[in-house]
Design a protein around this ligand. Sequence first.
Ligand code: FA5
Length: 341
Amino acid sequence: MDTDAVPDLNLTAALEAVSAARSPEQLAELRREYLGKRGVAARVKETIKSLSPEDRPIVGQAVSLFTAKITEALDAADAVAGPETIDESPIDLTLRGHGRKRGHMHLVTQCRRDLEDVFVSLGYQVAEGPEVESDWYNFEALNFPPGHPARAMQDTLYVDLGEPEQVLLRTHTSPVQVRVMESQTPPIYCVMPGRTYRNETLDARHSPVFHQIEGLAVDRGLTFGDLAGTIEAFTSAYFGQKVKSRLLPSYFPFTEPSAEFALSCVFCDGSGCRVCSNTGWIELGGCGMVDPNVFRSVGIDPEEFSGFAFGFGLERMPMLRYGVEPIKTFFDNDVRFLTRY
Ligand code: FA5
């Protein structure tokens, strides 16, 4: 047996060298030294053919054991030390980035904020109220006594809590008027945006869930002229000076007199088209002077103060401004619609 070739195959020393290696480069160097084409294991293997028949299997097994143990140790050390090569090429700062995709506000929220800004600039405050309401706030305090036929104007969704008092999903934002008048003393100038619910079938312009914005002013000496001027001011601030508003007699139990307000059609400038059913006008909401009974229910003296209120569908505003239809487009959450506005 050629004893000169065998001492190179020192498994213990090789394993110590592997465990002493500190970097991927050192491990790569040891892999070449022990397992490479001209490495220790290969060179010892070459000598096997010159050995005696008895020694060949002994040295062959020793080489296999050495190769297996060193491979195992190097693989384990590589896994801890990380990749064999580290990319040290400089970062190319001229490459275009991927950019950061940013979300934005929903069109209804944008409209709500725009209108809030308009009203704040007119001296109004913004208030909110609960969407799950009592019958008192949604109806009774607004001069709709139980069994009053006007309750049928708003098909109501009731919440069954097993309580004697009826609880419901508010059908309009007008209950917030009552809460504001209960908690503040006049003068009051306030707008109240929020989500509302009605037991209605979905169609092009009506949805069981929609948004309204309510306005309330209570002060000494307010007149119907102030109401008309306020409606003109916020509609032209949102749609531009070209758009005119008009009031037509209507009925709400909580305002007297009451009116319906409409805008000159933004699609045909009032000359008549399919959208406005050839009338030249598009209805936006209801309004009127606060009924003395409502003032009494919240402890405000109707002899001393007068007030006006108005309420309209929030979706109607962007529907008219951008021609969005049907109303369900706002709630479908189709990304193509959401990213357009
Ligand atoms: C009311 O809800 C009254 N609270 C408005 C009011 C406030 C009158 C203050 C007087 C003083 P009405 O039911 O007409 O009124 O609804 C007002 C507006 O809400 C409608 O003109 C319409 O723009 C919108 N609206 C009503 N129902 C729906 C619905 N199902 N889907 C979308 N918008 C609706």
